[in-house]
Design a protein around this ligand. Structure first.
Ligand code: PGA
Length: 252
C-alpha cells in the first residue's frame, strides 16, 4: 500500500507562497512516486490557483460545511469543492476544540463527503488526560463509531483515518512508533467492525503530531502507519521533501 504524505498547512501561506511552494515541490519530484501519494491541504483561497500546477501532488480541503448552499456566512460547501480537491479533512482536533465541532457535526460532514464522492480523511485522537487515564482506545472507538454512523459503506471507495493524539500536535512530543503501531492495529480492528473487512484492510491509517524528517523514517517503517499528516514541518519545502524521500525509500 502506498503511504500518504499529507501537508496540513492550517492557516499559513498566502497564495504567492502556496504557488511558489508547489512549483518547487513539483520540480523536485522528478521521478515517478513509487511508494507515496503526496497530498496538500492548503487554505481555501489557494486551492483554485494551485489546481493547474499540481500533477504529482493532490489537493485536499481542510474543512467544509455540510449544507450544499444557503445562508451560512463564511462557509464553503462540497458543491464548491467538486473538481478541485480529492480529499477532505474532517474532525481535525483544532476544529473540534477551537471551533467546538461536535461528534454529530463531524458525522454530518462524513455523510456529505461520502455522498459527494470525496475521500474523507477523518482525524481522531485522545487528550493527554484521556491517555493518562487509560482511555485512549475507548475514546478513539467512540470517535470512529459516531463519525461513521449511518454511512453507506457500499458508496465508500477508500477509507482514511488520521490518528493525531492531541498532546502531540504542535508540541514536539511524539508518541513512540511501537505505541502508534499498536493503536493503529486497534483502529483497523474497529474499522473492520464498522466498515467491513475489504475497506478496513485497504484503509490508510495515518499518524499526525510533531512529525519531522528525523522521526518520519521510523514511523513510516511500521506496517500499520500508512502515512503521515504533517503540520509544522510541511511548511518548509526541504523538510516536507525529505519526508517524501523517506517514504519513497520504504518498500512496503
Ligand atoms: P504538527 O500538526 O505536525 O504541527 O504537530 C499536525 C496536525 O495538526 O495535523
Amino acid at each position: 500500500m502506498k503511504k500518504i504524505i499529507a501537508a496540513n498547512w492550517k492557516m499559513n501561506k498566502n497564495i504567492d507562497e502556496a504557488l511558489s511552494f508547489v512549483n518547487i515541490l513539483e520540480s523536485k519530484l522528478t521521478e515517478e512516486l513509487q511508494n507515496s501519494e503526496v497530498l496538500i491541504y492548503p487554505p481555501f483561497v489557494s486551492i483554485y490557483p494551485l489546481k493547474d500546477l499540481c500533477s504529482k501532488v493532490k489537493l485536499g480541503a481542510q474543512n467544509f460545511y455540510y449544507k450544499e448552499k444557503g445562508a451560512f456566512t463564511g462557509e464553503i460547501s462540497t458543491l464548491m469543492l467538486k473538481g478541485l480537491v480529492d480529499f477532505v479533512l474532517i474532525g481535525h482536533s483544532e476544529r473540534r476544540h477551537i471551533f467546538n465541532e461536535s461528534l454529530d457535526l463531524i458525522n454530518k460532514k462524513v455523510l456529505v463527503a461520502v455522498e459527494n464522492d470525496f475521500s474523507s480523511m477523518l482525524c481522531i485522537g485522545e487528550s493527554l488526560e484521556e491517555k493518562e487515564s487509560g482511555k485512549t482506545i475507548k475514546v478513539l472507538k467512540e470517535q470512529l463509531e459516531t463519525a461513521y454512523k449511518d454511512v453507506d459503506f457500499n458508496k465508500v471507495k477508500r477509507l482514511s483515518v488520521a490518528y493525531e493524539p492531541i498532546w502531540a500536535i504542535g508540541t514536539g512530543r511524539v508518541a513512540g512508533a511501537e505505541e502508534i503501531e499498536d493503536i493503529h492495529k486497534e483502529i483497523r480492528v474497529q474499522l473492520k467492525k464498522i466498515a467491513g473487512k475489504a475497506l478496513s484492510d485497504e484503509a490508510h491509517i495515518l499518524y499526525g503530531g510533531s512529525v519531522k524528517p528525523s522521526n518520519s523514517k521510523e514511523l513510516l517503517s511500521k506496517e500499520n502507519i500508512n502515512g503521515l499528516l504533517i503540520g509544522g514541518a510541511s511548511l518548509q519545502i526541504n523538510d516536507f521533501f525529505d519526508i517524501i524521500q523517506n517514504s519513497e525509500k520504504i518498500n512496503k
